[in-house]
Design a protein around this ligand. Structure first.
Ligand code: IPE
Ligand code: IPE
Ligand code: MG
Length: 235
């Protein structure tokens, strides 16, 4: 999910942008709860892009503080709900205290199986692909002239997860903004004008409902997909 529209939500209410971010955290809590209820196994949220450093320093500082605060307050609760927390992105630019808090929360929740909640922070899809190539070639220099897609997979930031089924972006923009470029290759895309702080249960259900009406062909024909369904039913 690309959680977009916090700033506009606040602006509409004549409040500073940061109030939108604050409200956005509430929505995160609700969406996580809903995923647990629905049996969703992987939820990935784009919280801060590698380009978001371009924002006014005050806003960046507030967002970092909010992340730190939310980790401190929620890590234990996530753990109690058997949620595994993973942070992807280049964390080297974060405050040492934040780096530490991230490591602790990941360590605490690492064996949980119910829901894997991935937060993408200082994440960029291009960064991900580039770091994967670097690390792969460090481990296997002999691959430099001959590596394939499968060689890359274990080095991508989300190596632990299946490819995403559904992508949701709130806030009306219809773009990927450097989110999971590799992983979204065959993901179903869903865009809504609803601003992130307004993205409630009904909105999430609408998105899931839209997903259920898609035909995922992965390059095959519609007829082949029908055959597959028949074979499955015969089994
Ligand atoms: C998304 O909301 C939150 C982050 C990018 C951190 P925005 O802050 O981008 O909200 P708009 O797009 O300005 O309304
Ligand atoms: C994308 O939102 C990043 C996050 C939600 C974290 P932005 O609001 O930064 O995206 P652009 O710049 O409008 O594409
Ligand atoms: Mg935005």
């Amino acid at each position: 999910m690309i959680m977009d529209g916090n700033g506009r939500w606040a602006k509409k209410r004549f409040m500073p942008r940061i109030m939108g971010h604050k409200r956005g955290v509430e929505t995160v809590r609700d969406v996580v709860r809903q995923c647990i209820d629905l049996g969703v196994e992987y939820l990935t949220l784009f919280a801060f892009s590698s380009e978001n450093w371009r924002r006014p320093p005050d806003e960046v500082k507030f967002l970092m503080g909010l992340f730190m605060e939310a980790l401190g307050r929620e890590a234990k609760k996530l753990h109690d709900n058997q949620v595994r927390l993973v942070i992807i992105g280049d964390r080297s630019r974060f405050d040492p205290a934040l780096i530490e808090a991230i490591a602790e929360a990941e360590q605490l929740t690492r064996n949980n199986m119910r829901l894997t909640l991935t937060i993408a922070a200082n994440y960029g899809g291009r960064w991900d692909i580039t770091q994967a190539i670097h690390r792969m070639l460090r481990d296997y220099p002999e691959l430099s002239g001959s590596f394939g897609e499968a060689d890359m997979a274990p080095y991508l930031a989300m190596h632990y997860a299946p490819e995403p089924d559904l992508f949701i972006r709130t806030g009306g923009e219809q773009r990927i903004s450097n989110f999971l470029l590799w992983q979204l290759a065959y993901t179903e895309l869903y865009f809504t004008d609803t601003l992130w702080p307004d993205f409630d249960r009904a909105e999430f259900e609408r998105a899931i409902n839209s997903y259920h009406h898609r035909e995922r062909r992965f390059g095959r024909t519609s007829e082949q997909i029908d055959e597959q369904h028949c074979e499955k039913q015969d089994e």
